[in-house]
Each structure stands twice: as structure tokens, then as C-alpha cells.
Ligand binder design. Structure first.
Ligand code: PLP
Length: 410
């Protein structure tokens, strides 16, 4: 008799976005003429930039010609893209890497999700609370999370406190964690880890022989020159951290699918005999077995992000979103809300007043302002009492939504 992976039964129902969609549909059924504005989505809305489109067309022409046609791509990526990444994202920041330390993928989510394949199920995982849910769910699937607790947490996961007084940044735990997921700039809170905080994490990882999985999918949104874009800006981080990057939010690739993982040669984990094993070699083995490479056309498109015009064009789009973030932050403050993030990240984390819970606030905002956001509790128990708004919307809709919120007598 075929058996299922029992771990899947322990996954909580992923109802957050379906529940939001259901509530919007129900509202629209009663109010068919309502102009509902969504500031809830984590997906980009602006089209690909011109340089990327040109590269797609030219790569498509190559695929149409027998002389230049490409079949399977190298599993870990074409050198032309790895070299563009090395030069622009790392050497330009004083970080030297070799191209064998870069693994091109189909976006950050799958590699973040699969990285656990090369680590023991006995490792203790730490995540921030609130959190991007993929880090937890993928560990539940692999049997690393333990029992479901009544408060929505898992018995084997270490939840890192992210107190408001510390700008919602993940604090060091008082117990050992082997695998630590850090996300900066952060989804959902919009917080960023500064150099000192990242150095403390690197120190922690060295001391405990842990690994940091550093998700910097939103690094392109950092505006403060003092905030590190890469964990490798911190001395010694290559020995303890893998880094996950994505073209999704940097260049509007959510529908194109391309990102990359850095697994330094110096990054090791330990075998049953306590001998150090290179994670770079294990990840290469993983990718060459379970992944067959990112499409040539997509990799050429990603390469174009690093051209002179490409850089200018994506900077224009990021500035457009960050102008939305500014409109949201200013509007919320004018309306008397406490709001965080939105300066080095496209996410705004708003504190719900009067102890209202985040679903009640969702309903009120939809019914009274026709504006949609995401209840904080959807990102974990500590998200209760908070609400996420995103800057990925049309500027005129953001203006309109904020005018409504400013007039709102809550
Ligand atoms: N990491 C974080 C924190 C995200 O918010 C997202 C997407 O929303 C991802 C990773 C996944 O991005 P990708 O589109 O590259 O899979």
C-alpha cells in the first residue's frame, strides 16, 4: 500500500491568501461598484524593463537558429550570468567569490525550500516571528518542525523574537539553533539588519557551528548606505552562511523565474563522524540531480539587468515602488497610525490600534475604505496586532487608498 509523507499532515492550512480573496469576493458581490484597491500583494505590478525585453527577443532569435540554439542549460547556470553577478553584486562591494560558488536557479523560493535536503533532519531550525511562511512549511515537510502547538508554533522550531523596540529585527536566541533563517530586508516587517546585528549573528553561528540561510531577496530596496546588502560584507560570513537572492523583486522577474544562491567553498557542515563536509559540493550534487537549469532566455534576460541601461531602468522601477512606500508611510502617520519599514524595503508594517485583531482590522479597512492589506497573524502568532501593506501597486491607486485612510474615522 502506498503511504504518504506523514509530515504533510502537520502542515497548517494555507488559507491566508485564499481567505483574503474570499472576503474580497464576498464584499464585491454585495458592492459590485466598489473600487477595491489592493495593497496586499507581494507581487510586482510594473512590466519588465526595456533592456530585459530586448535580451529576451534576441535570445529567442538565437533559439530559432540551428547554429545558436541551446538545449539543456548547465544545471548551476551559464558563466555569462554568474560573471555579471560576481562583478556587480559582489566585487563591486569588495566581496570576492568564485563562479563555482554561485548557483543560478528558478527563483529564491525553491532553493530556500530545497536547501534542507542537504542538512540533517535532526538540526534545530530558528526562524523569526513573524516570518515568511516558506521557511517553516518546508521544514515541516522534511520532518524537522516537531509537534503543532496550540498557539500555532511548532515544538522543535526556535522562534526568534523580533520586538518592536528593536525595530522588529531578529534577536539572538538563548538556546542553540543549527539552521538560522534570516531575511533582510524583511518580509513582512520591512526591517533591516545592520552591520552590528549581522556581525553578532555571524559570531553566534561560528560559536555554535550553525549555518545562516540569509534571504536577501529585497536587497535592491536598501536605500541606507550603512545597511549591508550581502551577509558576506561581514568578516568570516563565508564560513557560516549561504545567501539567497532573486531577480523577482529586483527586476520584476516574478513571472520569469530566476534567482541565485551563494554557497561558499568555505561553508561546511558536519558528518556523523564530526568531519567537515563542503556544502558547496553537496548543493552542486543536489542541483545537478534535482534541477535541470534555468532557461537560456531567462538567464540572458537576467544578465541584461546588469547592463548600464538595465541598471538605470530597474532603479527607476524600484524608485517608483519606494515612492509608493513613502506615500503609504506618510499617509499612515498623518492618519495617526504607528507604522514601520517602508524605507529600505517595499513592505510597511502597521500597528493596529486599540487591541483590535488583524482580521477584524482587515474587515474594517475593506468595508470602510475599500482597501486590502494582509493581516499580520498570517505571518505567525507574533504578527497578531499588526498589518502588512505593500508598495507594489500603481501609484495612483496608492494615492487614492491613502486619501481614503487619511479621511477614515476608524
Ligand atoms: N524570500 C522572500 C522573503 C520573499 O518574500 C519571496 C517572495 O515573495 C521569496 C523569497 C521568493 O522569491 P522568488 O520569486 O525568487 O521565488
Amino acid at each position: 500500500m502506498i503511504r504518504i509523507n506523514e509530515n504533510f499532515k502537520a502542515l497548517s492550512e494555507n488559507y491566508l491568501f485564499s481567505e483574503i480573496a474570499r472576503k474580497i469576493d464576498a464584499y464585491k458581490a454585495i458592492n459590485p461598484n466598489a473600487d477595491v484597491i489592493s495593497l496586499g500583494i507581494g507581487d510586482v505590478t510594473e512590466p519588465l524593463c526595456e533592456s530585459v525585453i530586448k535580451a529576451i527577443h534576441s535570445a529567442a532569435d538565437e533559439m530559432a537558429d540551428r547554429a545558436t540554439f541551446k538545449g539543456y542549460a548547465p544545471e548551476c547556470g551559464y558563466d555569462f550570468l554568474k560573471i555579471a553577478i560576481l562583478e556587480n553584486d559582489y566585487l563591486a562591494r569588495g566581496i570576492s567569490l568564485s563562479s563555482d560558488e554561485i548557483f543560478i536557479n528558478d527563483g529564491a523560493k525553491s532553493s530556500l525550500g530545497h536547501f534542507g535536503d542537504i542538512l540533517s533532519v535532526d538540526n534545530i531550525v530558528a526562524v523569526s516571528d513573524p516570518v515568511y511562511p516558506v521557511y517553516i512549511d518546508t521544514n515541516v515537510m522534511e520532518g524537522r518542525a516537531g509537534q503543532n502547538l496550540p498557539d500555532g508554533r511548532r515544538s522543535n522550531i526556535v522562534y526568534l523574537e523580533c520586538p518592536r523596540e528593536k525595530e522588529f529585527t531578529a534577536q539572538l536566541p538563548n538556546r542553540r539553533a543549527d539552521v538560522i533563517y534570516l531575511c533582510s530586508p524583511n518580509n513582512p516587517t520591512g526591517s533591516v539588519l545592520n552591520r552590528e546585528q549581522l556581525s553578532a549573528w555571524v559570531e553566534y553561528a561560528k560559536k555554535h557551528k550553525s549555518i545562516i540561510l540569509f534571504d536577501s531577496a529585497y536587497e535592491a530596496y536598501i536605500s541606507d548606505p550603512a545597511i549591508p546588502h550581502s551577509i558576506y560584507e561581514i568578516e568570516g560570513a563565508k564560513e557560516v552562511a549561504a545567501e539567497f537572492r532573486s531577480f523577482s523583486k529586483t527586476a520584476g522577474f516574478t513571472g520569469m523565474r530566476c534567482g541565485y544562491t551563494i554557497v561558499p567553498e568555505a561553508l561546511a557542515a558536519y558528518g556523523s563522524n564530526d568531519a567537515a563536509v563542503s556544502l558547496n559540493a553537496l548543493w552542486r550534487r543536489h542541483q545537478s540531480t534535482k534541477f535541470n537549469g534555468t532557461a537560456y532566455i531567462v538567464q540572458r534576460a537576467a544578465e541584461a539587468v546588469y547592463s548600464k541601461q538595465g541598471k538605470q531602468q530597474i532603479a527607476g522601477t524600484i524608485a517608483y515602488y519606494m515612492n509608493n512606500a513613502k506615500t503609504i508611510l506618510e499617509g499612515l502617520k498623518y492618519a495617526g497610525f504607528k507604522a514601520y519599514g517602508g524605507v529600505n524595503a517595499p513592505y510597511i508594517w502597521l500597528e493596529i490600534p486599540r487591541n483590535m485583531n488583524s482580521w477584524t482590522f482587515f474587515d474594517k479597512l475593506l468595508n470602510e475604505c475599500q482597501v486590502v492589506g494582509t493581516p499580520g497573524v498570517g505571518f505567525g502568532p507574533s504578527g497578531e496586532g499588526y498589518f502588512r501593506l505593500t508598495a507594489f501597486a500603481k501609484a495612483e491607486n496608492v494615492e487614492k487608498a491613502m486619501e481614503r485612510i487619511k479621511q477614515w474615522k476608524m
